[in-house]
Ligand binder design. Structure first.
Ligand code: MTE
Length: 351
């Protein structure tokens, strides 16, 4: 792992750990935390479901597993800060970690659909948002507060949003939210709240700092503050290069370039192009079909690498025919979210 901070623990997957793998091993799955990782006794833990519901629920993990049918979903999590490094190179973003392309990973999640739990609680009139609360207190929040967030009810009852206790066929590790976390496929990782302890159905989005102030796209010259900018939801179309990884010289000549591409929510990636001349000319990569509607797609292309330094460039296109913006400068924002500009990797070819 490439560790950005030890406390709170923030580490990204190195490119080679993501390359060519549908799912990411738990040991190299990125870890994004805003406070200390809590230690929760799974036997004493209870999930509370309240707010605009007919029947508030208090459920143990055993009751959750017994009362509701389990579902498995392969889904990519992607932090809104993925690839922030490219924005920092344009203009500094103080106080935020310089994430490379590894603040994203994919796992097979096991849990119960949030929709089924909400149906058991019964939704009351006025229900529009579903808020999640966790016990980890973040000193980065203003004022310091436990982590939380919310998603609109339409997404919450869509069936793909899981309350997950399993990851890659094993119990959910503590660092990734045990005993229970939310997995919101297709949405920024921030909404997949770990160490979940309360679900509140409400009329408004969560007032938690990480919903109301952070994880919002703020215009370049504005300052982040409550309600400023747009709350981030579905993941923007993005891609990056995983192999070669730019850490060591490679031989010139035929070289396989591989990477991931991902388009959140109801979009899929339909094409990936690679350029060796900064985007003047492009060649189309071979793109894997989506294995799950909620997971990334890998791509590959063999290029003829000249001796010396080359900048490999990649861009993806999605099922709405949208493509990625060319420059990180055009998407720079004060908190450094959603850098989905063209992927660029410097490689040196030496015989
Ligand atoms: N949930 C809690 N309770 N605390 C957190 O700090 N970080 C969020 C989300 N859920 C966070 C959280 C963010 S920003 C991301 S990107 C994902 O968790 C990362 O999940 P992971 O650490 O399992 O990769």
């Amino acid at each position: 792992m490439l560790v950005h901070e030890w406390e709170p623990f923030n580490a990204e997957s190195p490119r080679h750990a993501l390359a060519g793998r549908l799912t990411t091993g738990v040991e190299s799955f990125y870890s994004r935390n805003h406070g200390p990782i809590p230690h929760i006794d799974p036997d004493a833990w209870r999930l509370r479901v309240d707010g605009l519901v007919d029947r508030p629920l208090t459920l143990s993990l055993g009751e959750l597993r017994e009362r509701f049918a389990a579902r498995e979903i392969m889904a990519t999590l992607q932090c809104a800060g993925n690839r922030r490094q490219g924005l920092i190179e344009v203009r500094d973003i103080p106080g935020e970690d310089p994430w490379g392309p590894g603040a994203t990973s994919t796992a097979l999640w096991t849990g119960v659909p949030l929709a089924d739990v909400l149906a058991a609680a019964g939704l009351r009139a006025g229900a529009e948002h579903v808020a999640f609360s966790a016990p980890d207190v973040s000193l980065l929040a203003d004022p310091p507060q436990p982590y939380g967030g919310s998603i609109p009810l339409t997404k919450a009852i869509s069936g793909e949003v899981l309350l997950a206790w399993g990851m890659n066929g094993r119990p959910l590790p503590q660092a990734h939210g045990a005993p229970l976390r939310v997995v919101v496929p297709g949405w920024i990782g921030a909404r997949s709240v770990k160490w979940l302890r309360e679900i509140t159905v409400q009329a408004e989005p969560s007032a938690n700092y990480f919903q109301a102030t952070a994880y919002r796209l703020v215009p370049p010259e504005a300052q982040a503050g409550p309600g400023v900018g747009v709350s981030l939801g579905p993941v923007a179309l993005n891609c990056d290069i995983l192999r070669p990884d730019g850490t060591a010289p490679v031989p010139p000549g035929p070289t396989e370039v591989t990477g991931y591409a991902y388009a959140g929510d109801d979009r899929s990636v339909v094409r990936v192009d690679v350029s060796l001349d900064g985007g003047r000319t492009w060649e189309q990569a071979e793109l894997d079909a989506p294995v799950s509607p909620w997971s990334w797609q890998h791509w590959r292309l063999t290029v003829d690498l000249p001796p010396g330094e080359t900048v490999l460039t990649a861009r993806a296109w999605d099922s709405t025919a949208a493509t990625q913006p060319e420059s990180p400068a055009s998407v720079w924002n004060p908190k450094g979210y959603v850098n989905n500009s063209w992927a660029r990797l410097h490689v040196t070819a030496t015989p």
